[in-house]
Design a protein around this ligand. Structure first.
Ligand code: SAH
Length: 294
């Protein structure tokens, strides 16, 4: 196991940099907050990226500053929440302890209710909203109620975890394509197509698979994937608590014994893991950026 030692971001002082950045953004943005506020409500479905608040896009950051209300889920880190202005209403609509504290229908109803009341709403989701993000349900509800909405992409966990763990998702020698797979099926009866996954030459990236590592490794081996195929688990990727565990399909259960993984975690299966390079996460610390800009 490699636990990458990534020092805490010094949020209070370092976010002055972001404040300066915010001012710069407003200069370029011809519409100011008041102009943006229409009597009709509008909703921005925004991807926040996988953890590091600096992976938020500039557009996402600007829209968050302009929002009346932000609905956020459990993938939104405390550091990201600090980017939301104090005056803005923040509403948690995520899962806790593996249970939905609020059902998807209720989230849609909330968005519609606030949208109809004329608010400028941000629905902030971890990673990219279009990847395992229940985007379609929310967009449908908004459309059905004639509420204007727009979608802002975010860095999906696969890209963030790949970068921060030094694992390439594709490689000219090992893998020409990559597949994002959910390990959490709507109905247990709808089994993953193991045959197809096991015979694939793609890099496989499993989302929501931390509690299903055994099923994933056994499913792939049983259906013909070589049992020495490398597997990586990236826990809390792109955050200061990131841990990267590397093993093989046959040994992963043993390797995991005694380890405390908190999730969210991503599972990568494929030869690309052999091409991993250790990246220097120290270089991504915010203080480096601040120093250079001074
Ligand atoms: N829309 C999100 C995915 C939502 S599904 C995206 O594009 O990333 C939730 C799953 O995403 C988690 O169970 C985990 O598998 C993965 N995930 C999200 N953030 C992660 C992170 N920081 N590190 C590792 N995995 C993450």
């Amino acid at each position: 196991m490699t636990s990458l030692n990534w020092p805490q971001l010094r949020l209070n002082s370092d976010f002055n940099f972001l404040n300066g950045f915010k001012n710069l953004l407003f200069k370029f943005n011809s519409k100011n907050i008041n102009e943006n506020k229409k009597s009709q409500g509008q909703v921005f479905l925004i991807g926040a990226g996988p953890g590091d608040p600096e992976l938020l896009t500039i557009k996402a950051y600007r829209l968050i500053q302009e929002a009346d209300i932000v609905f956020y889920d459990s993938l939104i880190t405390d550091e990201m929440l600090q980017l939301i202005p104090k005056k803005t209403q923040k509403v948690f609509v995520g899962k806790r302890c593996g249970k939905h504290s609020i059902k998807q229908d209720s989230i849609c109803d909330l968005l519609v209710k606030e949208g109809l009341s004329g608010k400028n709403i941000v629905r902030l989701k971890g990673g990219d909203p279009s990847i395992f993000g229940r985007l379609a349900e929310e967009a449908d509800a908004l459309k059905n109620n004639n509420i204007k909405f727009a979608i802002v992409p975010g860095i999906t966990a696969a890209s963030g975890c790949a970068a921060y763990s030094g694992i390439p998702l594709t490689h000219r020698e090992y893998s020409q394509s990559v597949r994002f797979v959910t390990a959490h099926l709507k109905q247990e009866a709808l089994q993953a197509d193991w045959q197809n996954l096991a015979s694939s030459k793609d890099t496989l990236v499993f989302y929501m698979g931390l509690n299903r590592i055994n099923q994933i490794s056994e499913g792939l081996i049983t259906h013909g994937m070589i049992d020495t195929m490398p597997i990586a688990i990236i826990d809390k990727g792109a955050t200061v608590q990131q841990q990267v565990i590397i093993s093989t399909l046959k040994d992963i259960t043993k390797t995991m014994k005694g380890l405390k993984l908190l999730g969210p975690a991503l599972i990568v299966v494929g030869e690309v893991i052999n091409a991993r390079q250790i990246v220097d996460l120290e270089m991504l610390k915010m203080s480096e950026v601040v120093n250079e800009s001074n």
